[in-house]
Ligand binder design. Structure first.
Ligand SMILES: O=P(O)(O)OC[C@H]1O[C@H](O[C@H]2O[C@H](CO)[C@@H](O)[C@H](O)[C@H]2O)[C@H](O)[C@@H](O)[C@@H]1O
Length: 262
């Protein structure tokens, strides 16, 4: 993985954006851990004001989408005022809330009941019910590793799932659900774009990175194994990436509100 912001790699982003940064590209960002720092309480995951300002500028210059594992409504609450396209539930809610088929609702409710029974009394576990998928959070106590073990044991008993690990969370999806990779392909076609820069930090984002070049210019945020060829060293660096994107298309250097200078 090469640091996209290192001066040595400056030309890579320019090449992706094309002559005069005029190539029709989509900029797609994951929410948690990319646009917003990871915090203990999912309800409190907010973008820094500097990120919000820069993201709004970027969205005025390029097609922009936020592709999240959260429910569409939840994600839209955080970014809907600055970003026109929001994708929720790991790719299932493509640009708008999608009615959940009764069969899926029944299945997901059944999983929740089964998990609640199996995990009763396990400290720090809480469910984020996104109707078509579930997230089991287990990072709230010091002994979270023991809770993690119990969560995986319980989830492995469920039928028909795709389990996607995350940051102190296990995502439980119907096995035949679309992925973030499917969502990026669909958005490219819908928005008439040649390729997407996709920035993500988590296992669920690997589906988008797996699409690979020439369609996806993958940027992994933080350390760890990934299919993305590029990285940002830390979540704080997202502001510098957004600045570069503004600078490339608007030709002006935006005023920095905060974050690391490069
Ligand atoms: O695809 P994403 O937008 O990155 O969604 C992945 C999961 O993000 C959220 O959980 C993560 O962020 C929380 C807030 O920082 C943190 O408390 C939690 O430990 C992280 O796993 C979200 O709550 C989940 O539903 C998403 O699946």
């Amino acid at each position: 993985m090469k640091d996209l912001l290192h001066p040595r790699h400056r030309a890579a982003l320019d090449r992706f954006l094309g002559e005069g940064a005029r190539r029709p590209v989509l900029l797609a960002f994951d929410y948690d851990g990319v646009l917003a720092p990871i915090v203990k309480d999912p309800a409190g995951a907010r973008m820094r004001p500097s990120t919000r300002t820069l993201l709004a500028r970027v969205a005025g210059l390029y097609p922009v989408a936020v592709v999240s594992g959260r429910a569409w409504r939840d994600t839209h609450r955080f970014v809907g005022d600055v970003v026109p396209t929001v994708v929720g539930n790991h790719g299932f809610e493509l640009g708008h809330p999608v009615p959940v088929p009764a069969r899926v609702l029944r299945t997901v409710r059944g999983w929740r009941r089964q998990l609640e029974a199996a995990l009763e009394g396990v400290p720090g576990v809480h469910f984020e019910d996104k109707r078509s998928t579930l997230a089991i959070h287990y990072g709230l106590t010091r002994s979270w590793r023991r809770s993690e073990h119990a969560v995986y044991e319980a989830a492995n008993q469920l039928a028909g799932t795709r389990l996607i690990p995350g940051k102190k969370v296990l995502n439980v999806l119907p096995h035949d659900f679309p992925s973030k990779g499917d969502a990026v392909r669909a958005l490219l076609a819908r928005l008439g774009c040649d390729a997407a820069l996709y920035a993500g930090d988590d296992v669920t984002d690997e589906d988008a990175f797996a699409v690979g070049e020439p369609l996806v210019f993958g940027v992994h945020v933080g350390s760890g194994r990934t299919l993305a060829p590029w990285c940002l060293r830390a979540q704080e660096d997202v502001d510098a990436l957004l600045e570069r994107l503004v600078e490339a298309r608007a030709g002006a250097r935006p005023r920095r509100a905060a974050g690391r200078a490069r």
